[in-house]
Design a protein around this ligand. Structure first.
Ligand code: FES
Length: 247
């Protein structure tokens, strides 16, 4: 089916079209034409609002780039804007409606184009730096009707991905720099935190059982961890305020 008059498309000026409920972007480069999915893979902005720079179609919102001839992002080759078959015949730009319809079956489009801002739903997979985007959008859409008047309630926590990991603990061997100790010789692993404090914290090993909040662990679990820490020659943090009388 025809989606545009070839002569009316300005060179290197993205144009919008819709076929089978799928937004398309048409880009003319000299005498060549390219038709791709018309939504940015980042946040779903209309690619027809973007611009062409060199061989790339650039999203106007945060500048994700897609090669006009393939849809592949030069910056991140894993991001590929789907490209559809297109050709010029009788002065019209034509596409295969069946191809686009079957793409739509596998990628249903969420836009309620007549509703307020319905044209701008976020279709993206998002990025890992923005983990709360979906939640913010859900609040914008449903208010607190799905979460109760306190909003989403969670236990206090620490950002797990910023804490040291087991993989960070590396015991450096000494073979190259100096002769290693024999198996039976003792290796000092003691750690003193606050050596000048009135009551320095002395641990046999440089590992410590982290705080876990009141309510997150049962009393038997806290006791088991405390006993394990004692046996291992280290300590356990009480969490915010403590839970057991001993704390
Ligand atoms: S929506 Fe296109 S780059 Fe962000």
């Amino acid at each position: 089916m025809g989606i545009a008059e070839f002569n009316e498309i300005k060179d290197r000026k993205p144009e919008h079209a819709i076929v089978a409920n799928v937004d398309l972007v048409i880009v003319r480069m000299d005498e060549e034409v390219s038709v791709m999915y018309g939504r940015c893979l980042h946040r779903g902005a209309l690619m027809s609002d973007g611009f062409v720079r060199g061989d790339n179609l650039i999203c106007g919102v945060h500048y994700w780039d897609y090669k006009v001839d393939s849809g592949v992002s030069e910056y991140n080759n894993k991001e590929v804007l789907p490209k559809f078959n297109s050709w010029v015949e009788g002065g019209k730009v034509l596409v295969d409606e069946d191809e686009i319809s079957s793409w739509h079956q596998e990628n249903p489009q969420p836009f309620q184009r007549d509703a307020y801002l319905g044209q701008y739903a976020d279709t993206s997979h998002g990025t890992e730096e923005e983990p709360y985007n979906g939640l913010i959008q859900q609040y914008a859409k449903d208010g607190l009707s799905k979460t109760g008047h306190h909003g989403k309630v969670d236990a206090m926590g620490v950002p797990r991905n910023q804490l040291p990991d087991w993989d960070d603990i590396q015991l450096l061997t000494a073979q190259l720099q100096k002769a290693p100790l024999l198996d039976e010789e003792e290796v000092g692993t003691e750690v003193v935190i606050g050596p000048n404090a009135q009551k320095p914290l002395k641990l046999d090993i440089p590992l410590f059982v982290s705080d876990m909040s009141f309510g997150a662990l049962s009393e038997p679990a806290k006791i088991a961890l405390a006993r394990g820490a004692e046996l291992a020659g280290t300590g356990i943090c009480s969490g915010e305020g403590g839970m057991l009388p001993e704390e």
